[in-house]
Design a protein around this ligand. Structure first.
Ligand SMILES: Nc1ncnc2c1ncn2[C@@H]1O[C@H](COP(=O)(O)OP(=O)(O)OP(=O)(O)O)[C@@H](O)[C@H]1O
Length: 250
């Protein structure tokens, strides 16, 4: 429920442990709403089970939001931002050595150590995204939730970010759950897909789920995945194509 409205219904899906699970669906389908319910930020009816946990107990969850609204004029540095939730003493006493090391460690993991002394408000979209990922990793998450990680980042930046997530997931063994609008990102990186349109349309491995039929039900268009035959050596890609049905068949 949001603002008194019933947003989602009949949502029954699984996020396999250790997977990279992608939620795909049209604008307004309820993807962010589902993530917020999972994060415990919205009321819902029904059950969300975390296997191995007592009822009502959640694993450690890290969250990378779709966007961050903050005053870009603030003089806070990236290092200070990351230690805000760690350090109890006021920041004007400086950042304590142990928290500075912890923040630096996470920045190094997301390949953004060079941003530590930069002003948060001066970062580009892609740089801010890495800092938000470092912040989420500070929780040592068992479940990392990302809302459209490739949004606002160019194709190359989005690809590199997803590659980074793949290697962090393998190293740190968290489960990754992300909302994505980019079907090529999903075919490259997801191991499990949930198609959502106010309820679950289909779920399973990308090859089984991203069929023209399921994409048609989810997006209301005739869509398919095209695998180009001739790409530069070593490069594979899947791109989504969509077209309206021919007029004489509509
Ligand atoms: N605070 C709110 N009060 C009432 N309705 C809301 C609220 N926030 C979102 N909604 C509605 O809930 C529905 C689902 O929104 P949600 O943000 O979950 O969709 P989404 O699938 O993440 O969309 P998008 O791809 O555009 O980000 C939409 O119809 C939206 O208008």
């Amino acid at each position: 429920m949001r603002g008194g409205l019933h947003i989602l219904d009949a949502v029954s899906a699984t996020v396999p442990r250790g997977s990279c699970t992608a939620i795909v669906g049209p604008n307004g389908a309820g993807k962010t709403t589902l993530l917020l319910a999972l994060l415990g930020d919205l009321p819902y009816l029904g059950r969300i089970d975390f296997p191995g946990r007592a009822e009502g107990q959640r694993p450690r969850i890290g969250y990378v939001p779709q966007k961050l609204d903050f005053d870009r004029g603030q003089p806070i540095t990236v290092r200070e931002f990351l230690t805000l939730g760690l350090q109890r003493r006021p920041l004007w006493f400086g950042v304590a050595g142990r928290w500075r090391r912890k923040a630096h460690d996470k920045l190094a993991q997301v390949q953004a150590l060079h941003l530590a002394s930069r002003r948060l408000g001066a970062l580009s979209g892609g740089e801010l995204q890495r800092v938000l990922l470092a912040l989420a990793l500070l929780q040592e998450p068992e479940l990392l939730v990302l809302d459209e990680p490739e949004a606002g980042v160019d194709f190359h930046g989005g690809f590199i970010f997803c590659e980074l997530l793949d290697s962090l997931r393998k190293e740190q063994h968290f489960t990754q759950l992300m909302v994505s609008h980019d079907l090529s990102t999903i075919t490259h990186h997801a191991t499990h897909v949930i198609c959502l349109k106010h309820g679950v349309v289909a779920e399973g491995p990308p090859k089984e789920v991203l069929t023209p039929a399921n994409l048609g039900i989810t997006f209301g268009l005739h869509m398919g995945l095209v695998k180009p035959d001739s790409l530069p050596s070593g490069l594979t890609a899947c791109t989504a194509t969509c077209c309206n049905p021919p007029r004489n068949h509509a």
